[in-house]
Ligand binder design. Sequence first.
Ligand code: RP5
Length: 196
Amino acid sequence: MGTQDRTSKTRKDSKPAAKDTRPRVAVRPTSSVHLSGPPLVAVIMGSQSDWDTMRHADETLTQFGVAHECRVISAHRTPALAAELGSTAESRGLEIIIAAAGGAAHLAGVLAAHTTIPVLGVPMRSDALNGLDSLLSTVQMPAGIPVGTVAIGKPGAINAALFAIAILANSRPALRKKLHEFRRTQEEKIRAIKLS
Ligand code: RP5
């Protein structure tokens, strides 16, 4: 897949290479594959600024041992890449796409337009309208191209991953077992709470 080239090429001109003073950002690269095997889930986000939220989807999928990839692809800044990801998803063996975007959040809808595999949309919390803009943009798909939309922000990121896992678990008994264990542990933690 065409991803942003993060390495600068060696120049043949005489000038010594200028020191790279760009800030090092603690995020995963534009395209990264998590866990071995071909990815079943693609976690796509419209901007690097979405990663702090979407890392929770990444962590949840990793916790369940689901092979996935995380990528920054924008519907408006890299439209060709968005079309490529969507239209090749099925042939690459992806089974679910999780798409996160904020503001005029059309990424999930654009990806869904290019594929028939399920697309889950995660509305990002925005500065201007606190994510209400993202929520409405993601959820209000006209009939014919569905996007399953989850909650705004971190709860949505986690639930999109859990939803993807639930879909995959339909045909994977081991994953279904892990989901049951997850629910049991979650319930036990709540039952054990003692308020002072
Ligand atoms: C959307 O615009 C992204 O998904 C992000 O949530 C929002 C702001 O992006 P940046 O301006 O931070 O890159 O495309």
